[in-house]
Design a protein. Structure first.
Length: 291
C-alpha cells in the first residue's frame, strides 16, 4: 500500500522546525526522524498526517555528548550509533548490548533513540532503558522548553506527555558508576520480532552487598516500569542470599500483564519472572568477571 498524500517539510534549524510544527500540528502534522515506525503505519494508512516535519537536516540534533554526569542523546541519533560503546564504563556497554536486540540491522541504521521514546511502544528496548535508568526527556516548542522525567513522560501504551506542538530534542541518561554492573534479558518468538518480555537490571556491589538495585521490565505491561518489591529483595544483601526462583516468583506477583490475540496474560506473567531472573543472573555473572 501507499501512504495518503502529505506535504514534506525539511527545516534546517530547530527554530524553523518548531515554527512549522506549530502551524501544522492542529491539522495532524507529525515529526519525522527515523521513520521506522511512522512510515510503515502511513503505508498501511493506520495514520495519515497531512504534513511531515523532517528534522534530519538539523545538525545539532545528531549529537552524543557527556555533560555533568549525563549522556545526552540527540533526536536524530540512530540505534546503530550504540553498536559500540559511546561512553566509557558500564553505561556504554549496556547501551551496546541492548541495541543489538532492536529489530534488524537495516532498521537500526535508520531508527532513532528519541523516536523510539516518542513512539512509546510497550516492547521498546529504549523505553525500558529510559524508565530503569531514570532518563530525562527534553522537549521544545515555540513556547519554550521543558524537561520530563521518564516516569512522567510515558503515560500509556503508545502514549506520552508530549504535546502536539512539541519536539523531543534529546534524552539524557545518568552515567553509571564504574563499579556498577548490569544484566539484560529479552524473549521474542524470532530474532528481530517485538519483545514479548524483557528485563534490565543494574546495581553496585559495595562491601559485598547490593546497593541501588534497579529492576525494570518491558513488553509485559502497557508501559515499562521498575519493580520496587523485587528490588527490595536485593537491596543491602549479598546477591548469593536471594535465590533466582524467589526473585522470579516476586516478579510474577508484582506485574499486571497485557493480553493480546497471540499471548495470554498468564504467559506474560510467567515470562516476567523468567526474564527478571535471567537479567539478575547476567548482572551477577558480569560482576564476577570484573572481580
Amino acid at each position: 500500500m501507499k501512504p495518503a498524500p502529505f506535504e514534506l517539510h525539511r527545516p534546517t534549524t530547530l527554530g524553523e522546525a518548531l515554527a512549522i510544527l506549530g502551524r501544522v500540528c492542529d491539522e495532524g502534522g507529525l515529526v519525522l526522524a527515523g521513520g521506522q515506525s511512522l512510515v510503515p503505519m502511513m503505508a498501511l494508512r493506520v495514520v495519515y498526517p497531512p504534513h511531515l516535519v523532517d528534522i534530519n537536516g538539523i545538525e545539532p540534533l545528531s549529537r552524543i555528548a557527556v555533560e555533568d554526569g549525563l549522556l545526552t542523546v540527540g533526536a536524530t541519533v540512530r540505534h546503530a550509533a550504540f553498536h559500540r560503546p559511546v561512553v566509557d564504563g558500564p553505561l556504554g556497554h549496556l547501551l551496546a548490548e541492548v541495541s543489538r536486540h532492536i529489530a534488524h540491522y537495516p532498521i537500526r541504521k535508520r531508527g532513532t533513540f528519541c523516536g523510539s521514546l516518542s513512539h512509546a511502544d510497550p516492547a521498546s528496548e529504549w523505553c525500558l532503558v529510559a524508565k530503569t535508568l531514570g532518563a530525562r526527556i527534553h522537549l521544545a516548542s515555540l513556547e519554550g522548553g521543558r524537561v520530563l522525567e521518564a516516569d512522567a513522560f510515558f503515560v500509556g501504551a503508545m502514549t506520552t506527555a508530549r504535546e502536539p506542538a512539541e519536539i523531543v530534542v534529546e534524552a539524557r541518561l545518568p552515567v553509571m558508576p564504574g563499579a556498577a554492573t548490569f544484566g539484560f534479558s529479552e524473549f521474542n518468538r524470532r530474532a528481530g520480532d517485538f519483545a514479548l518480555g524483557m528485563s534490565l537490571v543494574t546495581f553496585e556491589i559495595v562491601d559485598g552487598v547490593v546497593v541501588d538495585p534497579r529492576i525494570g521490565i518491558g513488553g509485559i505491561e502497557e508501559m515499562p516500569r521498575r519493580l520496587p518489591r523485587v528490588e527490595a529483595m536485593l537491596a543491602d544483601r549479598r546477591v548469593t542470599d536471594t535465590e533466582p526462583a524467589a526473585l522470579a516468583a516476586a516478579a510474577c506477583e508484582e506485574v499486571d500483564p497485557m493480553e493480546d490475540a497471540t499471548t495470554t496474560a498468564d504467559y506474560r506473567r510467567h515470562l516476567a519472572g523468567v526474564v527478571v531472573a535471567r537479567a539478575v543472573g547476567a548482572a551477577v555473572a558480569r560482576q564476577a568477571r570484573k572481580d
